[in-house]
Design a protein around this ligand. Structure first.
Ligand SMILES: [Ca+2]
Ligand SMILES: [Ca+2]
Length: 433
């Protein structure tokens, strides 16, 4: 008896072990633990998902891509979908790393237009075309995979998401400096203030414009000497002026490394001739490289730096004066720069209705005319008092005024955006009848 008593628990233990293991294993497989459904309860069936329309994998499409999907669930309704889009890297192939940590987004919609990134440069069909040289023609590209899973009433997502692979392209945004005129094939002389507008065009954007811009401005003596290696162009010293031909020998990727760029700013389209950038208090004698890049909705960035388009080489001279050209009542046009001296004497005018018209320019030094004002019969035509001006600074380029008999004077002045003024002063006499 004692013998069998001692033996029985051991036998029970040996028999119990595999049964216990199976129960634990079943609980792990079902994932339910103690909440396992009672016998006879049907487990939830996950929903199934399919993509009903979208881009083909062999034809590149716009970075704005429309995709539609549907799901069905054998034992209840589909209540939502979850989706995600991967960027598949330069090889264009979906790798496990491409979806690592990629979040799922939830939606109840069954279609959408997705704005996807296209940040890889040199889209092969463009690069192979030797006729294409302008960024207007170049495209960036990226291959993406779109995944979507239907989610049922129980929160169960289709474990095998529907998937579509596709390649998108975007035309690159173009930047153009405007408002000022840039025509030189050597450095542009400027005053100590330089102001200009810009436009960032993007032909495949719904609004036709880029979304952001950034600038790089470097004194020529701070340029990376490596950019000059093998170019035949000497490394510039402070204040040096390079020609367009010399600039075009240099490696732009070394001229404008990532570290020299400003942060990105939102680009808001303005009406010409509005000013987007003003550079004030520039030191006389300094010489600069200035480049501007645009960025589009797909993240594509202007790749080239074209002389006098989105690249400007300028030298700060200072002391430039606007040129004021005035046509007087006798029909003679004269040019004025700086203070009015001497006063132009027109003698007797037969018509008491006196008409002047004018035009001013700072184009020689990329200066901008900000307005005009005039005075009638000031105490001293060569020293008009602030209170004697007939109008504030305005953008009007002619005047017509009736004068009584006697001696009179008219003073017309213009100002540029660096505060430089040029003035024309006239005296004349209206005879008594
Ligand atoms: Ca279900
Ligand atoms: Ca674009």
């Amino acid at each position: 008896m004692r013998h069998s008593y001692a033996f029985r628990p051991l036998l029970r233990r040996i028999q119990a072990t595999p049964i216990l293991s199976m129960i634990v294993l079943l609980a792990v497989l079902s994932g339910c633990g103690e909440d396992s459904p009672p016998p006879g309860f049907l487990p939830n069936t996950p929903p199934d998902t399919r993509i009903v329309s979208g881009p083909r994998d062999d034809v590149p499409v716009s970075y704005l891509t429309e995709i539609a999907w549907l799901g069905n669930d054998p034992d209840g309704p589909v209540v939502s979908y979850r989706w995600r889009i991967s960027d598949n890297g330069p090889d264009g192939q979906l790798d496990p790393a491409d979806t690592l940590g990629l979040p799922w987004h939830t939606t109840t919609r069954t279609d959408s237009i997705f704005a996807t990134s296209a940040e890889l440069d040199s889209f092969p069909p463009d690069v192979d075309n030797p006729l294409i040289t302008d960024p207007i023609d170049f495209r960036n590209w990226q291959t993406h995979s779109f995944f979507v899973s239907a989610v049922d009433r129980d929160g169960t997502a289709d474990p095998t998401p529907a998937r579509i692979d596709f390649t998108v392209t975007t035309l690159l945004p173009r930047v153009e400096i405007d408002v000022i005129q840039l025509t030189r094939d050597t450095c542009q002389p400027t005053n100590t203030t330089l102001a200009f507008g810009m436009k960032i065009e993007d032909d495949d954007d719904p609004d036709g414009v880029g979304q952001a811009y950034r600038t790089a401005m470097i004194a020529v003596e701070d340029l990376d000497p490596a950019a000059f290696e093998g170019s035949g162009v000497p490394v510039p010293s402070a204040g040096a002026c390079l020609s367009r031909a010399e600039y075009e020998q240099l490696d732009p990727s070394l001229l404008f490394p990532e570290s020299v760029w400003s942060p990105w700013s939102d680009y808001v389209e303005t009406d010409y001739p509005e000013i987007d950038l003003t550079l004030a208090d520039l030191p006389p004698g300094s010489s600069w490289f200035l480049a501007i890049q645009g960025r589009d909705r797909a993240g594509a960035v202007t790749p080239t730096f074209v002389w006098n388009r989105n690249f400007l080489h300028f030298h700060v001279d200072g002391g430039f004066l606007p040129t004021l050209e005035v046509t007087d009542p006798t029909g003679v046009t004269r040019s004025f720069q700086g203070a009015a001296s001497p006063v132009v004497d027109l003698g007797f005018l037969t018509d008491p209705q006196v008409v002047f018209s004018w035009h001013a320019s700072g184009a020689d030094y990329a200066g901008l005319i900000i307005g005009y004002r005039w005075a009638f019969d000031p105490a001293d035509p060569l020293e008009v008092d602030e209170s004697e001006w007939a109008v504030p600074w305005i953008d009007i380029v002619d005047l017509s005024e009736s004068f009584p008999p006697g001696a009179h004077s008219v003073v017309i002045t213009t100002q540029d955006n660096s505060g430089q003024v040029s003035t024309a002063a006239y005296r004349f006499e209206i005879p008594a009848d």
